[in-house]
Design a protein around this ligand. Structure first.
Ligand code: NAP
Length: 321
């Protein structure tokens, strides 16, 4: 089978289309013919071997796991003896990061727990773009942020996968939503329904004097205290991810902050694939639609990863296989 393989750490150019052995499912796995996959932070970091922490997981000098990819959609080809949830021919999708990587390939063997049935009206490209970003957005806004009707919300880093789905989820609660990202993404953001947009390159939203009930941050790049300025008295700040020192700062000060104010600071620990059936319902009733950058063919996986790394993508970068 064909796969996008990297045998050394480096720029996305190290990713080459190669012929590799097609896997065979163990008793607890299903074999999936992959139709589409998506690019995530993990892939960008794994291919470059940066931050260094990734090398502790994937190989110190050379990558031990050399096919990236942690989201997929495709069709079940065969199932291991102990697998009961799916049968050959089922169209499925999911976030496989808890069970291994390797979705930049034509086939994969994976634990059935990583998979959910794909609705008929969802394309394979849409399905591959959904599981990771939708789960982060849903857990950030609903489970942790406890969004209610009519709140004033800000999404920082709003033009990517989490932000564009997060907006659509927030609109189900009639929220007023401000999106912050680089200037060239603001047109797209307005077109999908952000009420207000802010170019972070020309304006610091934490100094605008505006206060929000809930901030969802995909790019935590300031000290926690500067975000507090932008929260209403009972406001919540929920970070999805960002720069490690700032995340540690949030972790360290969150209890103290709540002790001295009524504001709350939360860091999401992603529960992969949680509530995808609910996301399926929203998709089937046309309440959400992912924004896709691409799709790119597998032979252009390096270009797709480079777009993600440069931050020029809009929504989710998808690769068709
Ligand atoms: N908590 C968990 O368990 C968990 C698990 C997995 C992943 N994550 C995290 O989840 C996040 C995924 O978000 P995503 O997929 O939506 O990312 P994404 O597609 O890369 O979107 C992030 C957006 O932020 C913009 N941006 C960059 N710097 C910014 C700044 N200083 N201020 C405002 N916006 C900025 C980027 O555009 P420009 O570059 O053009 O500015 C991009 O449009 C990542 O941080 C990842 O590490 C968390």
């Amino acid at each position: 089978m064909k796969a996008a393989v990297f045998n050394q750490y480096g720029s996305p150019k190290v990713l080459q289309l190669q012929e590799v052995e097609k896997p065979t499912p163990k008793d607890n796995e299903v074999l999936v013919k992959i139709h589409a996959t998506a690019v995530n932070d993990y892939d960008w970091s794994m291919i470059r071997g940066k931050p260094f922490l990734y090398r502790l997981m994937f190989g110190l000098l050379r990558p031990r796991k050399n096919i990236p990819g942690m989201e997929l959609s495709g069709v079940v080809v065969s199932t291991g003896k102990k697998m009961t949830s799916f049968k050959a021919g089922d169209a499925v999708y999911g976030d496989i990061s808890e069970h291994g990587f390797g979705s930049f390939a034509e086939y994969i063997c994976i634990d059935e727990k990583a998979l959910t049935l794909k609705p008929n009206n969802m394309s394979f490209e849409e399905a591959a773009s959904i599981p990771h970003a939708a789960a982060l957005a849903l857990q950030g806004l609903v489970d942790i942020g406890q969004i209610q009707n009519g709140l004033k919300i800000l999404i920082n880093g709003a033009g990517g996968g989490v932000g564009t789905l997060g907006l659509q989820l927030a609109k189900l609660y009639c929220a007023e939503v401000t999106g912050v990202d680089s200037g060239d993404k603001l047109e797209m953001m307005k077109s999908i329904g952000f009420d207000y947009t802010i170019d972070y390159q020309t304006e610091d939203f934490t100094k605008s004097g505006q206060r929000y009930d809930l901030i969802l941050d995909t790019k935590t790049n300031r000290s926690t205290f500067s975000y507090l300025r932008s929260l209403k008295p009972n406001g919540k700040y929920v970070t999805v991810g960002g720069k490690l020192p700032h995340l540690l700062h949030a972790l360290f000060f969150r209890r103290v902050i709540h002790l001295f104010s009524r504001k709350r600071v939360h860091i999401i620990g992603l529960k992969t694939n949680k509530d995808l059936n609910y996301i399926n319902e929203l998709f089937e009733s046309e309440k959400i639609k992912p924004i896709i950058d691409g799709p790119y063919p597998l032979s252009e996986a390096a270009i797709a990863v480079q777009r993600f790394g440069k931050g020029v993508h809009r929504g989710k970068v998808v690769i068709s296989i």
